[in-house]
Design a protein around this ligand. Structure first.
Ligand code: DGL
Length: 263
């Protein structure tokens, strides 16, 4: 059976891999993390599109049956432009997260947090409005969250202080549903929940993406029939750094991390 390809700007896409493994344990996965060029969240649309095409071409060398774009910035900026140029199905994180949020909100006020690129693209707003024009969306970039997670600062006071400041407009606009629109943010769930209060539903796009992948593969008759799949990891730089952080994202150490010289 052919593997599922997953790519991200770096290590954050492992939140999606974790969900894929949980929901589809029999699938083989080939992951590419563009650690030489991370972060994507502050780069221009043109650059993110160029990197994304290169990453897809890399995964296609492994004869992947579906590509999962774990990165919210890529899903926002690049996916609508490049999706139809490839024959393999490409799943991004925006539609699954937006759909779940529209379904979850009772007061029709949804918040979105993400990188500067994701928020600037307005991809989540547009998708939410397409699904339900009555939903009011408040979107805020939280650029310090990614370095906090990569430093392993998940619960420190400084994180709570910054989170309170970033999330204030969302509290003020009384959102009852918040999309964690970045690969790294699920790791900050407990701080975000403390700040927003237990009544706000946090939408973790990773879970919804795995649901969507499962649906496409089963519709196309492409689900693996193995009991347990394997995962191979490729990075464009710093495999040791990737390995160190991977444990935090996946909850277990990773083997099989290889550095590739060109994508
Ligand atoms: N993977 C990115 C995202 O989900 C976060 C890290 C980056 O800026 O590259 O938007």
């Amino acid at each position: 059976m052919r593997p599922i390809g997953v790519f991200d700007s770096g290590v954050g896409g492992l939140t999606v891999v974790k969900e894929l493994v949980r929901q589809l344990p029999g699938e083989d996965i080939v992951y590419f993390g563009d650690t030489a060029r991370v972060p994507y969240g502050i780069k221009s649309k043109e650059t993110v599109i160029r990197f994304s095409i290169e990453n897809i071409l890399f995964l296609l060398r492994y004869n992947v049956k579906l590509i999962c774009v774990a990165c919210n910035t890529v899903s926002s900026f690049a996916l609508p432009k490049i999706k139809n140029h490839f024959r393999v199905p490409i799943v991004g994180v925006i539609s699954p997260g937006a759909r779940e949020a529209v379904y979850a909100t009772k007061n029709k006020r949804v918040g979105v947090i993400g990188t500067k690129g994701t928020i600037r693209s307005q991809a989540y707003e547009q998708e939410i409005k397409r699904l339900d024009p009555k939903v009011k969306v408040t979107a805020i970039a939280c650029p310090l969250f990614v370095p906090f997670v990569e430093e392993g600062w998940l619960n420190q006071d400084v994180v709570s202080t910054v989170a309170r400041r970033y999330l204030k407009p969302l509290k003020d606009s009384k959102v009852d549903t918040l999309i964690l629109g970045c690969t790294h943010y699920p790791l900050l769930k407990s701080v975000i929940r403390d700040v927003m209060g237990g009544k706000v539903t946090l939408i973790d796009s990773a879970k919804q993406v795995a649901v969507e992948v499962n649906k496409i593969l089963s519709d196309e008759g492409l689900l693996s029939n193995k009991a347990r799949g394997r995962a191979d990891f490729f990075v464009s730089d710093n495999p040791e750094w990737f390995k160190d952080l991977a444990g935090r994202f996946l909850g277990k150490p990773v083997k099989n991390v290889r550095k590739v010289n060109s994508v």
